[in-house]
Design a protein around this ligand. Sequence first.
Ligand code: ADP
Ligand code: MG
Length: 446
Amino acid sequence: MLVCDTREAWTQFLQYIKAKCSATAFGNWFVPIRVLNATNEELVLEVPNIFVQEYLITNYKKDLCAFLPVKVTGEPSIVFVIASTQKRSIPPVRATVQIEEPSPHTLEIKLNPNYRFENFIEGPANQFVKSVAMGVASRPGQTYNPLFVHGGVGLGKTHILHSIGHYLREHQKKVRIQYTTTEAFINKLVGHLREKSIKEMKTLYRDEIDVLLVDDIQFLQDRPNFQEEFACMFEALSLRGCQVVITSDKPPSHLKLSERTIGKMEGGLVVNMGIPDLETRVAILQYKAEQKGFNIPHKVAFYIAENIHNNIRQLEGAVNKLCAYCKLLNMPITEELVSKTLREMFNLVPRERVSVEQILKQVASVFKVRVSDIKGIVRQKDIALARQVAMYLSKELVDESLTMLGVSFGKTHSTILHAHKNIQEKMSQDENLRRYISMVRRNLMD
Ligand code: ADP
Ligand code: MG
């Protein structure tokens, strides 16, 4: 029979459970729960986090239903309230990061030895991110906090995050750093939950670190049960003045997380890791090859960087593949070899979707000439250049034979080849031309 007051029913439930489970489990899971309100119909419980709520419902639903009123849905009539962070015992606010003796178990961070500031090649698209990250690494908690770095895949976000870790480890030995991917954070939480040692983990993340580096926060979007826990930890760290650096594939406002968490992320500095321009890509490529003991000729480097535009990881993959190939065949790196070896990668450019007509239209708009002029025979300098660019891009992007391309332009296949070679040569010397061509390419991809 149901007891009228749900508070009384709860007390009886606790007594029943206490006799059933171990003292540790009872201490971990039930003691922290507080009754906020109780009526005849409903019990309002404050739980420290979502896990306690889930634990209770998953393991004791039947028992709860036996003691408490039951909703039409078959659930026990309990309203759960997650305790707000303010109520929890948070150490006093610190304006800056305090230097304390490191506690050994917080420092087992795994950083990629190659991801260092010294190995990060900068260009206009990423130098701001690098300098901000260096600022954070040299004065954690005092400049931009939190620092939120977002950008596309393979553009160096993880590289920058690890660089901060390395720098701190070497220059500020006493600062306690924790690096984690969002996946690892979730897995760790699940593990601690299973071992019922969640308190330990909380203490570690909230009280025993000065700098938290979190990679790929976008993965938190798919795990609603863990968002609350992350938010609490994030807020507790912020209150203590700890430096937090977060990376993501999209800006905070595009993440499906609570407004409060997004607000907190936006409260520091949000920076975008852009796609490096052609010259930076060439520099990265040559640097990576040099590290492997290879020297890629400038022209060949341009050829590769022109074809792989928006992912440095792919660029690295190309270098690795090429170096392996050259070593194996004991051959010098030439444009021909590059094109043969890397054909698959270059095919990532959506060839079949681009037509000569589309190219003509985009070239005409970027070069400020008319499509009819490009198709015509006028030899005026700017028109002739636009025409050759259109031929160059057609050979690069359209999946047609040279003869067919020739027909599209009313020329022979050798004219297309000549134009292609000519533009390639000009591009290696003319920065403006490279920019214009990149612009056409970008417009074609949109
Ligand atoms: P993301 O985390 O943005 O997906 P990563 O940091 O994993 O990208 O970078 C992918 C690869 O490209 C890494 O091997 C990294 O070292 C390299 N990389 C990216 N940007 C640069 C750069 N500016 N200079 C040198 N290497 C870079
Ligand atoms: Mg990454």
